[in-house]
Ligand binder design. Sequence first.
Ligand SMILES: Nc1ncnc2c1ncn2[C@@H]1O[C@H](COP(=O)(O)OP(=O)(O)OP(=O)(O)O)[C@@H](O)[C@H]1O
Length: 650
Amino acid sequence: MGEKRTNLCHGRSGNPAVHDDSLIWEERRRVSFERGRAVPITVGGSALKQLFVYLRKLHELEGIRLYWNLLNMMLISVMDGIGLYLLVPIMGIVGIVNMNTSKIPYISEVSRTMKQLPEQWVLPLVLSVYLAVVIGQAILKRRQTIQNIAIQQRFMKYLRMDTYRTIMEANWLFFIHRRKSDFSALLTSELARVNQGTTQTLTLITSLTFTFIQIGFALLLSWPLTLIVLGCGLGFTYFSRHFVRNAKALGDSTTELHMDYLAGVNEQFNGIKDIKSNALEYSHLAWFKTICRQIERNLVNLSALQATSQLRYGIASSVMIVTFVYLSVDVLHVSAGQLMLIIMIFGRLWPRFSSLQGTIEQIATSIPAFAKLFEIKTACLQARDAWSQMASDKPDAMTIRDSIEFRNVSFRYDKDSALTIRGVSLSIPANSMAAIVGKSGAGKSTLVDLLIGLLTPEQGGVFIDGRSLDERSIAGFRQSVSYVSQEPFLFNASIRDNMQLVQPNVSESQIWQALHLAASYDFVSKLPNGLDTVVGDRGVRLSGGERQRIVLARAILRNPSVLILDEATSALDNENEAIIQTALERLKGNMTIVVIAHRLSTIRNADQVIVLENGEVIQQGAYAQLAAETKGTFGKLLAFQEPATRTGMN
Ligand SMILES: Nc1ncnc2c1ncn2[C@@H]1O[C@H](COP(=O)(O)OP(=O)(O)OP(=O)(O)O)[C@@H](O)[C@H]1O
């Protein structure tokens, strides 16, 4: 069950100063938290532009449906206004208030018409119209809510698909330089916030529509008072703009914290065995406590900000109502009906301002998520894998007839670092077996990554059958490669599912045949559930050697033109290694095999051995020929391993 991994946890666990470790994490979190707060924010800046990019996309996707939705909203607002409007004559008719409606436009005509009707009909008629309007509005509202959700979810699906595809199409170098958990955070919490931001923006549009229509009705009822309310509302919104700025700053630190939280948690659970075996639980607990505290503080600050902003609107609302009532009664001497209207207008309009403010603050908190999405997507597009630029459908696999050649290939990981591969030239004939050996860090895996086209040479080129491995040929070439990495990966599914992943229509007998070739037949057939055994997270329920053999069987099942094994037999015992050697010998005539092995007994049957040192090929030739050169690097490596081989220790 030897779980192998290379992550930051592992690096940290190697540090004996466990408590210093947690301090470093504390500092990192503090810096990242403060960075989130200290960033100079301009809500009118590029972040807002990114929100508009996505709104434009939403518009592109929904087109006419968005306008229908808007129209629906307007209808609802109009009905809301009519409902409110009808209340006035109703109250007059039933005598709740003694009001003079002659100065209110339209109402006076309606009252006059109603006076001509038989008295017993008036109230039922008005109430029926009122009921019809309110019910109609409720039905429309229901429809609009469903439409809104449908629009949001369609947009969410688009965002998910588009983001996932864009990330998947980025090249390997991009993934090397990025924290993988940031993609998980983006596809989960950050997209949820983007969804919330879009929802809030739609809500803002709805609220604005409602507000404008209600302002229209209010202007009809009493334009001077409406203008006063409007002036106060706008002034108040202007003086509350710092709340929006602070909400965005808190949104920034929320994004940082989500990403750090997910990165840390992922790392720790991937490295749980190291944590438990080295008793590092407490240092990680300290980190977890710190980040939880920061998340808590962040959310409390956000709620406090929103509550303070609403409190200010609440206080302003009371002060203004008191002032209006005083002015209306004592200074303007308005009628009871008019006063009723003033209170109704105020009661309807003022909450609109505070809800608009609240919505704008919520949009501001989600803007950093839009910005993050935009940033990662742009980086992915800039690092788009050459093959994905050419192929939108799965291309056909390529058959290699002649050779794979490296012509004077040089490569470095970062532009400021030294070359990792230096002027390598070599040729691997089709259907032969080549072994790449060398000390740790010599550049073997990098060479293989260049061969597969995961990395692009800085100088020189890789040629397949004399044709450069470029964006036109790479997609087909990748289809013909099976690669078994140093850390064999299995999905948390059954052995059968893991096999079908590479060949969906494979038959049971083909699976057993591949398992047989990979020396796995015996142990799989002895498992109580056979092929249906679930292997656990990354294959954790299997031993390291068993995992390697299943992954090897999966690679063979694909029937590739090129089979690449990067330290794929390191965890096997001598008996199983011998079985795999025989299998490779059998496969050799049908496919090109490239093997990286520290254990030199694995490559005894190789047609060609390539010895790397510091990224250069220092020896190349048949196994026996290089073994005979006892002063050469290969001869020395062999001499070093031979005693161990003799005593069966490797
Ligand atoms: N992602 C990376 N970024 C920067 N440098 C890297 C990266 N991956 C590898 N290197 C460096 O490139 C050099 C060659 O690494 P590589 O993994 O190819 O060696 P290797 O021969 O396969 O080693 P091993 O046998 O230990 O797996 C090493 O010095 C390593 O530090």
